[in-house]
Design a protein around this ligand. Structure first.
Ligand code: G6P
Ligand code: ZN
Length: 602
């Protein structure tokens, strides 16, 4: 039987009676691979690494072995991702391993597509036809890293709350990968045709096993409709004055964009850019920032082109797995740090889900303090957590946080336990719809830029930039960081050095490595970034990326607070030039890395 034929027969049998295709379980012996330690967001390696015999299998078995038995045996598990190259093979492998490990059902997004936020939504919200609920998910993505045969693949496990596995679980997974000597697989289970929606049933030594292929946009849209006022957003999007552009960078967001923005909200089809998901993201780098979202940046009038076509009023982009977002106005960039602050400041009036108030707000440490000012003004609970969405999840599960965000183009809320790229766009559209609700027939709409400038006028402005040095020699990066740590022992020496570099910046008044004690479970996370804090509220932060797959990526975060309304309108790179100078010289960036310029500036 060809796999396709086998699955067709199955589907028919499922409708008409008990499943007939039987599978057996094989124990395969294996040996550990080095370096299967999950990073900030799972295990990310080159596709060629994942294609080594047993490489994926070891990690998947290590994960099954790390989970409580009742989350494997008889459980329902989601397997899907951003559709990048190798996903379809991985879905079949994981499905066969799930069957062999006694999993009862595997839920797969059609064509293996499910955005990371949609996975979180599916775990939390979806109820199977037989009343089943998922207890976790293998998410197949390397997020914003490029895809294709010579690029990255990734896998991470999310738990029953819809959020990434906590460190206690990922540590266990890693430790299992170092000792693994066998895995279970149902080799004779036929491949399931994941391009067709439907349930395929099989039968194994432990009883029935189902593969349920479905379109996750149904569950996701239902959730979005319960949060936002779609009618109000539709009025804005269909107003002749409002123009819109959404760039999925050929990531999985494209699978939702047409359904939401065009079909539900009435945007013109021409507003969608790169919205056909591709295994290699069209050869691009699916990271929504000013460097990689080139086409959108041009369209929004922020690029080099001198076209005299009027840019859209609003533009946004997503990364490969659609959890990140970039928000743009006409010829205007909204920093992610400002974005979360502005959403928080306007949520209660503009978004029905928040109408009864916010439980609290949170940001990651390197994110600017724009949100802090809003929290203070609105008297909201506020938390500063290390980089990584899982830290927000704990606060949300404990009912302490409604809205949160990160400088790394992540924004979200407690509707799920992942950041959510499309949610962020709908949040902004809601704010625009609210500000323009009596104005859609007027001369000029309140623009994205108007909203941001108004926000700065009210709360002050946090000038902010991030310099990334990608694929730096890992040893050199480590040395640069330890030098920055050892310098922290004498602030007077640091200040002497700084005065020699620039006399026009204020003194460093504190310096440390950020450490976080989780207020919910009391766990402590150390070494979460090196901070230099200046007397005028400015900050320099240095961190090594936890999401790269080769070498090291050094990130430098530079921030300066300006309250004086006459000084909030400067170009960000001008305003920050002195601090940038200090950051690069203080860290001896060029000396250590040999780089005279960053790979990306955001
Ligand atoms: C992922 C996580 C984010 C985190 C980001 C940091 O996207 O989901 O929560 O902010 O990685 O990446 P980095 O490369 O700076 O470690
Ligand atoms: Zn992502």
């Amino acid at each position: 039987l060809t796999p396709l034929l086998a699955s067709c027969i199955d589907r028919r049998q499922h409708v008409g009676g008990p499943a007939m295709v039987l599978f057996t379980v094989t124990k395969k012996s294996t040996t550990p691979f080095e370096g299967q330690k999950p990073g900030t967001s799972g295990l990310r390696k080159k596709v060629t690494v994942f294609q080594q015999p047993n490489y994926l299998q070891n990690f998947v078995q290590a994960t099954f072995n790390a989970l409580p038995a009742d989350q494997v045996k008889g459980a329902t598990i989601v397997v899907s991702g951003d559709g990048r190259y190798f996903s379809k093979d991985a879905v079949q492998i994981i499905t066969k391993m799930a069957a062999a490990n006694g999993v009862r059902r595997v839920w797969v997004g059609q064509n293996s597509l499910m955005s990371t936020p949609a996975v979180s939504c599916v775990i939390r919200e979806r109820i199977g036809a037989d009343g089943s609920k998922a207890t976790g998910a293998f998410i197949l993505t390397a997020s914003h890293n490029p895809g294709g045969p010579t690029e990255d693949f990734g896998i991470k496990y999310n738990m029953g709350n819809g959020g990434p596995a906590p460190e206690s679980v990922t540590d266990k997974i890693f430790s299992n990968t170092t000792t693994i000597n066998e895995y279970l697989i149902a080799e004779d289970l036929p491949d399931v045709d994941i391009s067709v929606v439907g349930v395929t049933s099989f039968s194994g030594p432990e009883g029935p096993f189902d593969v349920d292929v479905f379109d996750s946009s149904v569950d996701y849209i239902k959730l979005m409709k319960s949060i936002f006022d779609f009618e109000a957003i539709k009025k804005l999007l269909t107003s002749p004055k409002f123009t819109f552009c959404y760039d999925a960078l050929h990531g999985v967001a494209g699978a939702y964009a047409n359904r939401i923005f065009v079909e539900e909200l009435g945007a013109d089809e021409s507003s969608l850019l790169n919205c056909v998901p591709k295994e290699d993201f069209g050869g691009g780098h699916p990271d929504p920032n000013l460097t990689y979202a080139k086409e959108l940046v041009e369209r929004m009038g922020l690029g080099k082109s001198t076209s005299n076509v009027e840019p859209p009023e609003f533009g946004a982009a997503a990364d490969g797995d659609a959890d990140r977002n970039m928000i743009l106005g006409k010829r205007f960039f909204v920093t992610p740090s400002d974005s979360v602050a502005i959403i928080a400041a306007n949520a209660v009036q503009s978004i029905p889900y928040f109408s009864s108030g916010l439980k609290g707000v949170a940001r990651s440490m390197p994110t600017s303090a724009a949100l802090d000012v809003v929290a203070k003004n609105l008297n909201l609970k506020f938390f500063e957590v290390p980089t990584g969405w899982k830290f927000f999840g704990n606060l949300m599960d404990a009912g302490m946080c409604s809205i949160c965000g990160e400088e790394s183009f992540g924004t979200g809320s407690d509707h799920i336990r992942e950041k959510d790229g499309i949610w962020a766009v709908l949040a902004w559209l809601s704010i625009l719809a609210f500000k323009n609700k009596d104005n859609l027939g007027g001369d000029k709409l309140v623009s994205v830029e108007d909203i941001v400038r108004q926000h700065w006028a009210t709360y002050g402005r946090h000038y902010y930039t991030r310099y990334d040095y990608e694929n730096v020699d890992a040893g050199a990066a480590k040395e640069l960081m330890s030098n920055l740590v050892s310098m922290q022992s004498s602030l007077s020496d640091v200040n002497k050095l700084i005065k020699e570099i620039r006399s026009d910046v204020s003194d460093v008044v504190a310096a440390d490595e950020f450490e976080y004690k989780d207020p919910v479970d009391g766990s402590v996370s150390k070494h979460q970034g090196i901070r230099y804090l200046f007397g005028d509220g400015s900050r320099l932060v240095f961190r090594l990326s936890g999401t790269g797959s080769v070498g090291a990526t050094i990130r430098v975060y530079i921030e300066q607070y300006e309250k004086d309304p006459s000084k909030i309108g400067r170009e960000s790179q001008d305003a920050l030039a002195p601090l940038v100078d200090v950051a690069l010289k203080l860290s001896k960036m060029q000396e250590y890395t040999g780089r005279s310029a960053p790979t990306v500036i955001t």
